[in-house]
Each structure stands twice: as structure tokens, then as C-alpha cells.
Design a binder for this molecule. Structure first.
Ligand SMILES: C[S@@+](CC[C@H](N)C(=O)[O-])C[C@H]1O[C@@H](n2cnc3c(N)ncnc32)[C@H](O)[C@@H]1O
Length: 187
């Protein structure tokens, strides 16, 4: 039986789009981009993935490593890495990047997305969730980066788009903004 490690360690549940993606994505090599304390990485590891989890926050990586060790999860490799370097060299079957791109360097986003796509095996999947800034819903938070209407979908031209929307979300303070949500498979 799968233990609810996220609540045991005071973490939020895995992102709902990661949970939903597993309806179509089978276990394999996964990369969690901007993993924080590992809510997605722990979920993926418990569902049979070999997980590489990267974040530039050493404290978050330390916490995830400690949890993985305590739980005997040998299929999580947590590493400090700056996503702005766009220097992924391994190949993955599934890459998750939930609410992380908006904290990255806007000048590097194209390179980061290209590197992420190149690091995905043929037939593998990417899931992305990122804040948007649009005329109808100007982003109420000064994130370094936000997507424009249609921009994320255009970046995945040539991929099989399994899910794409730019739905409204509500922040803790009640402010509304759009999020670009994508699940795509590399052909
Ligand atoms: C809002 S959290 C999202 C964490 C996780 N993806 C989730 O869904 O819970 C954003 C994460 O991006 C990480 N981050 C920000 N800039 C980064 C960078 N340049 N390289 C790697 N990680 C970064 C932060 O440390 C933080 O853990």
C-alpha cells in the first residue's frame, strides 16, 4: 500500500496535474524541475518512477534527501541545480515542471524549454504549469517570467498535445490569474 508521505512530512499533496498525468504516463525515468521539498518527487517515486529531482535551493534538496533516506526510497536522486543553465544531459520519460518556470530568467526560457524537450525520450511526456500575464488577467504578482496567450502551446509545436488550457486560478489572497497548463508527448 502507498503511504501518504506528503502529509507525514507536512508537504502539500503532489500537484494535481502530476497526479492526472499518471493516467496516461507509465513509470520510467522522471525529472522534477524545481522540486522544492519534493511533493511531486515523492509521489512519483512511490508510483515506481526513478526520479531525479532538481532545485537551486540547497535546504529543499537536503530535506528531500533526508525524507528519501528515512523512507528507504532509493529511487530519488535529489540534486542542487540551477535550471537557468539549461544544461540537462540525461534522457527522461517524464519531466514535470509545476509552478516553477515563472521564477526563472525570462531571457533563458526558450533555451530551458528546448533543453527540457531535448532531454525527453521519444514517446516521453512533459507536464508544465506556469503563471500567465494577459490583457484580460494581468498577473497580480511580479514573477520574473509569465506566459502570453498561446505561447506555451506554440513552444510544443510538433508534439502531441494531450492537454492544454489557460484556465483561471485563484491565489491565497483571492487574486485571479491565468495558468498555462500543458501535458504533451514527444513524437
Ligand atoms: C513555487 S515552487 C514550486 C515547487 C514544485 N515544483 C511544486 O510544484 O511544488 C518553485 C521552486 O522553484 C525553485 N527555483 C526557483 N528558481 C530556480 C532555479 N533557477 N533553478 C532551480 N530551481 C529554482 C524554487 O527554489 C522553488 O522550490
Amino acid at each position: 500500500m502507498i503511504k501518504d508521505l506528503n502529509s507525514k512530512y507536512g508537504l502539500n499533496p503532489a500537484h494535481s496535474e502530476v497526479v492526472a498525468a499518471l493516467e496516461v504516463v507509465s513509470a520510467g525515468a522522471a525529472l522534477d524541475m524545481g522540486c522544492s521539498n519534493g511533493r511531486n518527487a515523492l509521489y512519483l517515486a512511490q508510483h515506481g518512477f526513478d526520479v531525479t529531482a532538481v532545485d537551486n535551493n540547497p535546504d529543499a534538496i537536503h530535506m528531500l534527501r533526508t525524507i528519501a533516506e528515512q523512507e528507504g526510497l532509493t529511487n530519488i536522486n535529489a540534486k542542487v541545480y540551477d535550471l537557468n543553465e539549461a544544461r540537462l544531459t540525461e534522457q527522461y520519460d517524464f519531466i514535470a515542471c509545476t509552478v516553477t518556470l515563472m521564477f526563472l530568467d525570462p531571457a533563458k526560457i526558450n533555451a530551458i524549454l528546448t533543453n527540457m524537450q531535448d532531454a525527453t525520450r521519444q514517446g516521453g511526456y512533459n507536464v508544465i504549469v506556469c503563471a500567465m500575464d494577459t490583457a484580460d488577467y494581468p498577473c497580480p504578482v511580479r514573477f520574473p517570467f509569465t506566459f502570453k496567450t498561446g505561447q506555451l502551446k506554440e513552444a510544443y509545436a510538433g508534439w502531441e498535445i494531450i492537454k492544454y488550457n489557460e484556465n483561471l486560478g485563484t491565489m491565497h489572497n483571492g487574486a485571479q490569474l491565468q495558468f498555462a497548463t500543458l501535458l504533451a508527448q514527444r513524437r
